[in-house]
Design a protein around this ligand. Structure first.
Ligand code: SF4
Length: 463
């Protein structure tokens, strides 16, 4: 969500003459877009801001702004701790940025703006046209709602992003169409709980919105995140079967396998309901990839509670998980809960859980060896691969893409299959999976999408 918000900031500051630059030394304005979801992310913000103090001394006209959830949560405390910061703006103040920066430029003042509004028009008006990019993106996030009404006891989101508000479907569809025109082929629709999209405002339901996005010509894939288990509807499960562009993957955060802990987390479902939904997904959508989030060491989590989480992992066999150690967050009720787990115990539990999951992730990846998978190529892999052939003077180019089930596959573009100078970014490539690792797969291209070969004189590169 912060990636998306940063793009909104880029868009909204463009008319004021600001352009993205990768060098702090030449920047006139540095905006730090922050995340408060975990304590570690917040600590990183302050250590990064501390490092900017020297730059500000050398360049007194540099404007330093802090936005996002830490800004919303800490407000003027950031200025007290970091006096070289000029601007603190909250999650609802993005639209006011040009005005705030103009004031700082002309008055050389410092400003804190953390006012929260519930006006949807404000939210809509910053999302109109896509950014002009020299290197267009293949995949893009599109926020469909903001805020959350669920109030899980460990979470700051409802406190720093406000109550749940959905965007109008027409505006979302318009934004996706605009992105497709710039070369985007896959969108990920974002919300804290996409299943409740449009309910409060009586707009389309989330499956109806998906059906509208599915009709957009030129779009190849749709993903979404995040889905709250309590609200996962039969209609959404059917959408996986009915909509050809919706990827066969769902991220369904379980957080804990213990009913006692789920209750203390205020998750409003129990282990049995979660497993029932997993069963429905697997029965209705064969081969669906299921990923999840898990928190270890929630206050009061006993060894037995933790074992229940491990057992749930064994029962579900997730494709992958994001697992975190619990940390107290200001404003979140769990910060005041008794029976905190020691850091060492949290660390040990996290490692045990990750080791177990690695077994299942690798197992799932190994099943794919020998199969053919359609990849959307996202770009060059960071690794350069030398040729096995001693006679060859080539250093092969390695590309990276994802399967429909969101697995990362790297493959080598060799002369035997595809000319080396062919740019595959944004193309769909049929790859034969040859090797499985714990976090990625290695494949060999069998065929590039046929539409590419309509260029005069080109032939199919079928292996
Ligand atoms: S559903 Fe719970 S964890 Fe997710 S954003 Fe809302 S309050 Fe936070």
């Amino acid at each position: 969500m912060n990636v998306y918000d940063s793009e909104q900031i880029e868009k909204i500051l463009a008319p004021s003459g600001y352009k993205m630059n990768s060098s702090f030394e030449v920047a006139d304005l540095i905006i730090v877009n922050t995340c408060a979801i975990r304590e570690k992310a917040e600590q990183k913000v302050f250590s990064f801001l501390g490092r900017l103090a020297g730059l500000k001394r050398r360049k007194p006209n540099l404007i330093i702004g802090v936005g996002g959830c830490v800004a919303q949560q800490e407000g003027d405390k950031i200025m007290e701790r970091m006096p070289h910061v000029d601007l603190v703006f909250g999650t609802h103040a993005i639209l006011r940025l040009p005005y705030l920066i103009e004031r700082i430029e002309s008055e050389r003042c410092s400003i804190v703006d953390v006012e929260m509004s519930e006006i949807i028009e404000e939210f809509e008006s910053i999302t109109e046209s896509p950014l002009d990019r020299i290197d267009p993106k293949v995949t893009s996030f599109v926020t469909i709602m903001r805020g959350c009404d669920n109030f899980c006891t460990y979470c700051v989101v409802p406190h720093v992003r406000g109550r749940e508000t959905s965007r109008f479907p027409e505006s979302i569809v318009g934004e996706v169409r605009g992105l497709v025109k710039t070369g985007v082929r896959e969108v990920t629709l974002l919300g804290q709980n996409v299943n409740s999209y449009g309910k409060k405002e009586n707009l389309n339901s989330f499956p109806q919105l998906l059906a509208r996005v599915n009709e957009i010509d030129g779009l190849f894939r749709i993903r979404f995140t995040t889905s709250h288990p309590k609200d996962l509807s039969d209609d959404l499960i059917s959408a996986f079967k009915d909509l050809d562009k919706l990827c066969n993957h769902i991220h369904l955060p379980v957080q804990s396998g213990s009913n006692r802990i789920l209750k203390r987390m205020n998750r409003k479902y129990n282990r049995e309901l979660y497993l029932e939904k997993i069963g429905k997904l697997r029965n209705n959508c064969p081969g669906i990839a299921i990923t999840s989030d898990i928190i270890v060491g929630f206050p009061g989590e006993t060894r037995a509670d933790f074992e229940e989480t491990l057992n749930l992992i064994k029962e579900v066999e997730f494709d992958s998980i994001f697992a975190f150690k619990y940390s107290d967050r200001p404003n979140a009720p769990a910060a005041r809960f008794a029976n905190k787990i020691t850091e060492q115990e949290k660390k040990d539990r996290l490692q045990t859980l990750l080791n177990l999951q690695e077994y299942f992730t690798t197992k799932k990846n190994r099943v794919l060896v020998g199969s053919n998978e359609l990849l959307l190529v996202e770009g060059l892999s960071k690794k350069k691969v030398d040729s096995d052939d001693a006679q060859s003077k080539y250093q092969y180019v390695q590309w990276t893409g994802r399967t429909e089930t969101n697995k990362v596959v790297n493959f080598i573009q060799s002369e035997a299959t595809i000319p080396r100078d062919r740019i595959l970014k944004g193309k769909i490539v049929n790859v034969k999976i040859e090797k499985a690792y714990s976090h990625s797969l290695l494949g060999k291209p069998a065929q590039v999408e046929p539409t590419l070969f309509t260029l005069k004189g080109e032939q199919s590169y079928a292996a």
